[in-house]
Design a protein around this ligand. Structure first.
Ligand SMILES: Nc1ncnc2c1ncn2[C@@H]1O[C@H](COP(=O)(O)OP(=O)(O)O)[C@@H](O)[C@H]1O
Ligand SMILES: [Mg+2]
Length: 369
């Protein structure tokens, strides 16, 4: 069985054991200022495996970036001088916008440490914000492209209750028994409610999500919701669905985005099984961490493709069936939630995607950055 876990910056090649040459030591970066700019930088740099954020500092002990640093286990310093002395960073990023800090830093850092400050660090922050916006747009675009293929499934699901309503209404037109009229009216109301529920699910799925609506998500309910949505994209009739849910499994993040992640994973799994096989959904809280597994008994992924499936536009599906953006977007959402995604796969046997999210979610506050 081959395992793979992606990183944002560099596709890893350990799966093939072909790492070339010694890897250079990571760049050691210190961040001064833990407001919105510092938090955004911390989030972005933390995901890059050739960068080590060696510490962060802020005068204000309740700055949002310090809380994020604790979650990411990045060292926090009270004094700028302590951070610089003890960590010897290669690069100091000053996002305080304070000119006194600029001159203080010049005196403290050694000659082989670079400093980024003023408009330059503002520019970096703007670029990071811009990238976040692009990622959100891409997610929305990919989601809408997927919804195009829902049409047949939706038409079918709405047509059934509509036909029922028509039949009942035709009966009603001739019905003289008042009790029968009431009974059929109630059936009509139920059928209308079913179509309304379909429309509600789809409208909420297609809506544009915002990165700022983070909150505690009930994972089991989200997976069930995703199954309902995925039914429109792929036929589930001949798929056996096994659920192993632990109660009260939660994750912190944007509920709409997590729903999209699950819909994508389930869709991929079912497509890999060519409409026959077992789809297994598992949730658990292990050592305070949330773990979610989506497994299939489908085609599997050849080892040489494992490190490419998370790349944008990588797809093995014909046009109209795949955009190649599903796993790329999934990876971005999961990293935004400070989680990880790994895949294990065996050709002709099937694949398992495992998502892990950090623990202690109940004590964390949402929507900080
Ligand atoms: N569960 C799976 N089983 C087998 N192959 C998979 C699975 N999930 C993803 N893949 C492979 O990864 C590729 C990329 O997936 P994704 O990013 O979702 O794009 P798309 O589904 O549009 O092709 C797929 O084309 C497929 O080759
Ligand atoms: Mg996909």
């Amino acid at each position: 069985m081959t395992t793979f876990s992606p990183t944002i910056s560099h596709p890893r090649t350990e799966t093939e054991g072909t790492r070339q040459g010694p890897t250079p030591p990571p760049m050691r970066v210190a961040i001064i200022g833990a407001g919105r700019g510092g938090t955004a930088l911390l989030d972005a740099l933390h995901q890059i495996d050739t960068i080590e954020v060696v510490g962060i500092t802020d005068k204000n002990s309740s700055a949002p970036g310090l809380r994020r640093a604790r979650e990411l286990t990045v060292p926090i310093y009270e004094q700028v001088s302590d951070l610089i002395k003890s960590q010897q960073p290669n690069l100091v990023m000053d996002v305080t916008g304070d000119s006194a800090m600029e001159s203080a830093l010049q005196e403290q850092v050694s000659s082989d440490t670079d400093i980024v400050n003023g408009q330059t660090s503002r520019l970096l922050w703007l670029l990071i914000q811009h990238e976040t916006t692009l990622q959100t747009e891409l997610l929305q675009a990919e989601k809408l492209a997927g919804i195009g293929s829902f049409a047949a499934g939706i038409a079918h699901d709405i047509n059934n209750p509509l036909q029922l309503i028509l039949g009942l209404a035709e009966n009603l037109a001739e019905e003289t028994d008042l009790d029968a009229v009431h009974l059929q009216a109630r059936d009509i109301i139920e059928a209308v409610k079913r179509t309304t529920a379909i429309c509600r699910d789809l409208t909420s799925y297609s809506r544009r999500t915002s990165l700022r609506q983070d909150g505690l998500i009930s994972v089991n309910a989200k997976l069930d919701e995703a199954l309902k949505i995925a039914r429109y994209a792929v036929a589930l009739q001949d798929i056996e669905i096994r659920k192993y849910y632990q109660p009260d499994v939660v994750a912190l993040g944007n509920p709409d985005q997590l729903l999209h992640v699950f819909v994508n994973l389930i869709t991929n799994a079912v497509q890999a099984m060519e409409h026959q096989g077992v789809l297994t959904l598992e949730t658990a809280t292990i050592d305070g961490e949330t773990r979610i597994r989506v497994s299939d008994t489908g085609s599997g992924i050849p080892p040489e493709l494992l490190n490419r499936i998370f790349d944008p536009f990588f797809t093995t599906k014909p046009p109209g069936k795949g955009t190649g953006l599903g796993l790329y977007n999934i990876k971005n959402v999961i990293h935004h939630m400070h989680g990880t995604i790994t895949v294990e796969s065996q050709v002709e046997r099937g694949s398992t995607f495992t998502l892990t999210f950090p623990g202690d979610t109940s004590r964390r506050e949402g929507g900080s950055s």
